[in-house]
Design a protein. Structure first.
Length: 305
């Protein structure tokens, strides 16, 4: 009787403790939204008072001036709090459960940006936002009851680090060659991809700290996390300079979790117990959310094309 019950419990993906991560992720989404709004305000003010760098990337002087903008500093502090709550949520739950919940920040940011800048969202932009949030929440609704949290092996971690190295090289080359023609959507997508790796590596580092595994692979993981975070942060600031904050948040709260989710499913096996219908739902929901980002980039009244 006991062995049968043990086998049955191992087949049940739902773990009540993982739901603790959900409210933590939602609080983090609020700070993400507010931080994005304040950072965007700081970037816009700095760019308005310096030479136009649209599509070329913020220069060193502009990055230094951001540190003197109270709005940008406040936004950065709020984003720091968002990261703290996000890490807390990852401590309790699998990536594919809590990471997509950041999409609620898109709704908050869109409302704030519309009110503060007196810009009325058009019909297509509203539909795009609904697609982003709806697709993400459909994904989370299924993942919450089918995902499992697994220990990351050394082989899996090496695989993630190799993929990250390729992404960092490609991002750097693309930026160097095409920086004069780059617009907001490039920065948004690349920042989302890089932050997807940041989230994944943060989850891994937290797990290894819990397991007291402090070897070279853990430190390599931490180094990769910092590099991806630094380049992603630079892309985010450039995205603020070339597009509205709700477009930036759309990318970060859709592309970021989708990348983390793909890694979680393909490399880490977090959806290994999910039935076929759940996997189909993941693909459909993800496609809807990502298409919503491109629609928002094309139709938002503040987007510079």
């Amino acid at each position: 009787m006991d062995p049968d019950l043990s086998d049955l419990s191992e087949q049940i993906a739902l773990d009540p403790t993982q739901f603790i991560g959900i409210p933590l992720a939602l609080v983090g989404a609020v700070f993400l939204s507010l931080g994005a709004q304040f950072q965007h305000r700081g970037v816009v003010k700095v760019e308005a008072r310096t030479v136009d760098t649209l599509g070329k990337g913020l220069n060193g002087r502009q990055l230094a001036l951001l540190l003197a903008r109270p709005s940008w500093v406040l936004g950065t502090l709020m984003l720091g709090l968002a990261i703290v709550f996000q890490l807390g949520s990852l401590y309790f739950a699998p990536i594919i459960v809590v990471q997509p919940l950041g999409a609620i920040a898109l709704v908050i940011t869109s409302i704030l940006n519309s009110r503060l800048n007196h810009v009325k969202l058009n019909r297509k932009s509203i539909i795009a936002i609904i697609m982003c949030v709806g697709g993400v929440f459909l994904f989370v609704g299924v993942a919450a009851f089918t995902a499992v949290d697994k220990r990351v092996t050394d082989r899996q971690l090496v695989t993630i680090l190799i993929i990250l190295a390729v992404v960092l090289i490609l991002a750097g080359v693309a930026f160097g060659m095409l920086r004069r023609r780059i617009r907001a959507i490039f920065y948004v997508i690349m920042a989302g991809v890089l932050y997807g790796f940041v989230v994944t590596l943060a989850k891994v580092v937290l797990g290894r700290i819990q397991q007291r595994e402090f070897e070279w692979l853990t430190f390599t993981c931490l180094l990769g996390l910092l590099l991806a975070m630094a380049l992603g942060a630079y892309f985010v600031q450039n995205a603020y300079a070339t597009g509205p904050p709700d477009l930036v948040i759309a990318g970060l709260t859709v592309v970021d979790p989708m990348v983390a989710v793909v890694i979680g499913i393909v490399v880490l096996g977090e959806a290994s117990q999910a039935p076929l219908w759940a996997m189909v739902t993941f693909v459909v929901a993800g496609a809807i959310a990502v298409w919503g980002v491109f629609m928002l980039a094309r139709n938002h009244p503040q987007t510079r094309l």
